[in-house]
Design a protein around this ligand. Structure first.
Ligand SMILES: C[S@@+](CC[C@H](N)C(=O)[O-])C[C@H]1O[C@@H](n2cnc3c(N)ncnc32)[C@H](O)[C@@H]1O
Length: 288
């Protein structure tokens, strides 16, 4: 699905001259992360989401992110084939940190797998939901994302036999969680969602294609449509949108193009460079 983002240039001046600007909001502690790049209302840090000291204070209104899925993807800087127990420990750490860096009315839009089928069946979606709640996030709802162009089928199990068939749902989850209060009473209070978008997206089954890795040059990008819907439905204009696993920069591009402020963290320098180049060439364009 292609859709046009019309940058809301009207609101570009909001908060730029106040203490809400992006520089004063998220001061990272320099020994834990490095400011990699800043452009307009977007700032990217190179560092790890596992390090709780990366940021000093609460600055996040909305997190839109997709963590590593631990399915053996060849990222440059992290092992994507941990034992399941280690993967859950890794998840608990960054979920705790994101909670700590979030403002009290922050929301977490968390794109994760439903199940893991390779190397033993696991209920990843259910397990990460529990861990998020354990570290303090409150549960709101789950969006099912039906990725039309992605095949998750690796095996049938026992072909034409009830002995041990495999059932695989070709969907991912977008968990909707929040820190303390669901109702937003702070921020610009400017929503820019249309009636049609609101009606379509509040139906929790979303259907749009996944992103092609080859088109982006990253092993696991999500399509712009995902952060676009999450940002417009769950944040106000000028809110601070954070992605702790920035990858190729998709969330930050959409944050800038929807007139929010974007902050990203990415461990790998090559992906930081990729994100920088995409942000420079794809922000404030009419098409996303
Ligand atoms: C699923 S990808 C995110 C893709 C992104 N949504 C996009 O559209 O390009 C996960 C990213 O997390 C990064 N990563 C892995 N461990 C990390 C860590 N501890 N801190 C920050 N980034 C990390 C990987 O390098 C990878 O780019």
């Amino acid at each position: 699905m292609t859709q046009e983002i019309k940058p809301n240039l009207m609101n570009n001046s909001i908060n730029e001259s106040t203490d809400n600007n992006i520089n004063s909001l998220c001061q990272p502690q320099s020994k834990y992360s490095k400011e990699y790049f800043q452009h307009k209302k977007v700032k990217l840090f190179q560092g790890s989401a596992l390090n709780e000291n990366t940021f000093e204070k609460e600055f996040i209104d909305l997190i839109v992110t997709s963590p590593p899925y631990n399915v053996g993807i060849e990222y440059n800087s992290n092992n994507d084939e941990l034992s399941y127990e280690k993967y859950l420990e890794f998840s608990e750490k960054y979920l705790t940190n994101c909670y700590k860096w979030s403002k009290t009315q922050a929301r977490l839009l968390f794109n994760i797998p439903l199940d893991k089928n390779k190397g033993g069946q696991k209920s990843v979606g259910a397990d990460l939901t529990k861990i998020a709640q354990k570290v303090g996030w409150k549960y709101h709802s789950t969006i099912i994302w039906n990725e039309g162009n992605i095949s998750r089928r690796t095996a049938w199990g026992s072909w034409l036999s009830a002995s041990a068939p495999y059932v695989i749902a070709p969907v991912e989850l977008i968990l909707v969680l929040y820190k303390d209060e669901w109702k937003k009473t702070s921020g610009s209070k400017i929503s820019d969602i249309t009636k049609e978008e609101f009606m379509e997206w509040t139906n929790g089954i979303w259907a749009f294609n996944g992103e092609k890795k080859s088109a982006i040059g990253h092993p696991a990008p999500f399509p712009k449509e995902l952060p676009y819907r999450c940002i417009k439905l769950f944040s106000y204009v000028d809110d601070v949108v954070f992605d702790p696993f920035t990858g190729s920069g998709t969330t930050l591009i959409v944050a800038q193009n929807t007139n929010r402020r974007g902050v990203g963290l990415e461990i790998d320098t090559n992906y930081c460079e990729l994100a920088k180049n995409r942000i420079l060439s794809e922000t404030d364009t009419l098409n996303f």
